[in-house]
Design a protein around this ligand. Structure first.
Ligand SMILES: Cc1ncc(COP(=O)(O)O)c(C=O)c1O
Ligand SMILES: N[C@@H](CCCC[NH3+])C(=O)O
Length: 444
């Protein structure tokens, strides 16, 4: 397993994260456990801040909180000077409860409800990214009713097919997101927004997909979007000043992944921007980017305890852990690949090829196929790396598994940021109606 951030193998041969021995973490907090490497998250935030916010002069980096949304995470993002992308009332609520400054929040979503939009207006979020005509008129009416003007970006679908898993592509024309650029829908949307009394169009937004390695996809996006902004100016006389390029920067999960450097990403965007603006004689707009995965992905490790082991001679050895698709649905959803190490015997030589399965009642509940590990025993600890993004945030209670705890590990200290769920948490919203109050068997 490749080590990330502060991960290291200590003198006991144990995996250490944030100066904490993961064997001790398992004892103290139990497993499964999401361990977040706080220093690593901060370092990535700083690299983004330096290369974009400072490197591009007029730019803002906003963290896509869908990747990992908790109050503690919002605090870190705020401390590091980044803005925040939220995509639901729940993410907005989390941010506001963490005292995240509303004016640095961007509100996304392809089907925001009236309640969510009203909540955003009331809180005074910085930008609402309008995705469709229904939302546009809803927002205009709500803003009017609240005697406000809503600052918006228009989400457009630029017709770019980024090279990534088709389920996480979003820039192609056949997409549920945004106004299509190529068939004139985006123009109609813009005209309508410009004539809406309670909307102020600040700029445009596009997001071409996620886990993208080819930086050329982003320069292509810049060229398409600047051309669009120049066309808008020519056609309507409106000079839009903000261009939000979305997120999507890819990260390392397993061997074969070759992500680019954040600094090169910034350079590519800057060069493409300068060239395109020069070509169209268009003033350089403010650039906003929305990384999610690349801020938290490699900073997360999930720690499991190994339980049952099933060997089918000549075929496969299944090693089962005390979690699975309920805490990490990505392998089942996207055939995502992960690496892992035995946290309590991290320095030992590999001795066998096994496959890691979860404890859910699904054959598809596989975390890792065909991984080499030392001879595994029940009771060993398995650490799966790069689980910081879209694991906790997409976790479920399938099979009524309580969600794991999440901790920040930093400087030899570990703090719980999300408590482990217990069985009574699972029943928190269960209700037994009066007519089911009686235990005896129903009469037939
Ligand atoms: C609009 C928008 N912005 C930002 C992101 C974050 O993407 P990523 O986690 O790939 O950086 C997403 C998710 O793909 C998104 O839909
Ligand atoms: N959740 C997805 C990506 C979608 C990101 C949100 N638009 C993943 O884990 O890769």
């Amino acid at each position: 397993m490749r080590l990330h951030g502060t991960q290291r193998i200590n003198e006991q041969g144990h995996l250490e994260i944030g100066g904490c021995d993961t064997v001790n973490l398992a004892q103290e907090f139990g497993t499964p456990l999401y361990i977040m490497d706080e220093a690593h998250i901060r370092e990535i935030c700083r690299r983004y801040y330096q290369s974009f916010t400072q490197g591009l002069k007029n730019a803002e980096v906003i963290y896509a909180s869908k990747a990992f949304s908790t109050m503690a995470m919002c605090r870190i993002i705020n401390q590091e000077g980044l803005g925040l992308d939220v995509v639901s009332g729940g993410e907005l609520y989390t941010a506001l409860q963490a005292d995240f400054p509303a004016e640095r929040i961007y509100f996304h979503g392809n089907n925001k409800s009236a309640e969510e939009l009203a909540m955003a207006l009331k809180a005074g979020v910085g930008r609402i990214v309008v995705d469709n005509f229904y939302e546009m008129s809803l927002l205009n009416d709500l803003a009017q009713g609240m005697n406000q003007k809503a600052n918006i970006l228009l989400r457009v679908t630029p017709g770019i097919e980024a090279h990534t898993h088709e389920y996480i592509q979003t820039g192609q024309i056949d997409s549920k997101f945004g106004f299509t650029l190529s068939n004139g829908t985006a123009d109609r949307a813009l005209d309508l927004a410009l004539s809406s009394a309670n909307l102020v169009v600040k700029g445009v937004h596009a997001h071409i997909g996620s886990q993208i390695f080819e930086l050329e996809s982003f320069s292509h996006e810049v060229r398409v979007m600047i051309q669009y902004m120049a066309d808008i100016y020519e056609r309507t006389g409106s000079l839009l000043e903000e261009l939000n390029l979305g997120g999507g920067f890819g990260i390392y999960y397993a061997s074969g992944d070759e992500p680019a450097q954040i600094e090169d990403y910034a350079k590519i965007v800057r060069n493409a921007l300068e060239d395109a603006c020069e070509k169209h004689k268009f003033p350089i707009p403010k650039i906003i980017i929305e990384p999610g995965r690349s801020i938290v992905g490699t900073a997360g490790t999930t720690l499991y305890t190994i339980g049952s082991i099933k060997e089918i001679p000549g075929i496969r050895k299944y090693i089962a852990v005390d979690g699975g698709m309920a805490d990490n649905p990505r392998p089942a959803l996207y055939q995502a690949r992960y690496e892992a190490v035995l946290a309590n015997r991290a320095a030992e030589e590999n001795a066998e090829e096994v496959s890691i399965t979860g404890k859910c009642c699904e054959s598809g509940d596989m975390l890792i196929w065909d991984i080499n590990l030392p001879k595994v025993q029940s009771g060993d600890l398995l650490a799966v790396s790069c689980t910081g993004a879209y694991n906790y945030s997409m976790s479920s209670n399938y099979n009524r598994l309580p969600r794991p705890a999440a901790i920040f590990a930093e400087g030899g200290k570990a703090d719980v940021i999300v408590k482990r769920e217990n069985y009574s948490d699972l029943l928190r919203n269960d209700v037994l109606p009066e007519r089911l109050a009686h235990l005896p068997m129903a009469s037939r």
